[in-house]
Write a protein of this length. Structure first.
Length: 148
């Protein structure tokens, strides 16, 4: 049985794999390295002929029952947040892609901080996609929107 993050990876490959390079990274030496390397020249913003960066995948079963409850993202470590921030300071982008039920949230990982936000804040700071109905263009546009 595939784990939730593996299923999220499968979904991402189905959505954008034919137009991108998605490379899974399993790094036992530097454990905070994101899960995927991403590169594409398709559907890029007009001022960027190609786009590349790193993607960290996370899954939540559901949001807290109370909408005002702060969401704690499991396994979003200080090391991962620091890695994303260092990468951004050197001109790179790291996306945090989080599945919650049938929704997929895209965030600029360097801006995610400690991730102590409510559900409303998640919806305002991230790009929200419906996992079942979004298109390839929706996913790529959402990733590119968070680059600037």
């Amino acid at each position: 049985m595939r784990l939730p993050e593996q299923k999220l990876y499968d979904w991402l490959v189905r959505k954008v794999g034919h137009l991108t390079m998605l490379e899974r990274v399993e790094n036992r030496v530097k454990k905070d390295t994101p899960d995927l390397y991403f590169s594409s020249k398709f559907h890029c913003p007009p001022d960027r002929p190609t786009s590349s960066g790193w993607i960290e995948l996370k899954c939540l079963d559901a949001f807290p029952v109370k909408a005002t409850t702060t969401i704690k993202l499991p396994h979003w470590t200080n090391g991962q947040r620091y890695w994303a921030l260092r990468h951004k300071m050197r001109g790179g982008i790291t996306w945090l892609v989080v599945q919650v039920g049938d929704e997929v949230f895209l965030f600029n990982a360097a801006e995610m901080g400690a991730n102590e936000w409510t559900q409303a804040e998640w919806r305002s700071f991230g790009v929200v996609l419906n996992r079942k109905s979004c298109t390839t263009e929706d996913v790529l546009a959402g990733l590119y929107e968070l680059m600037f």
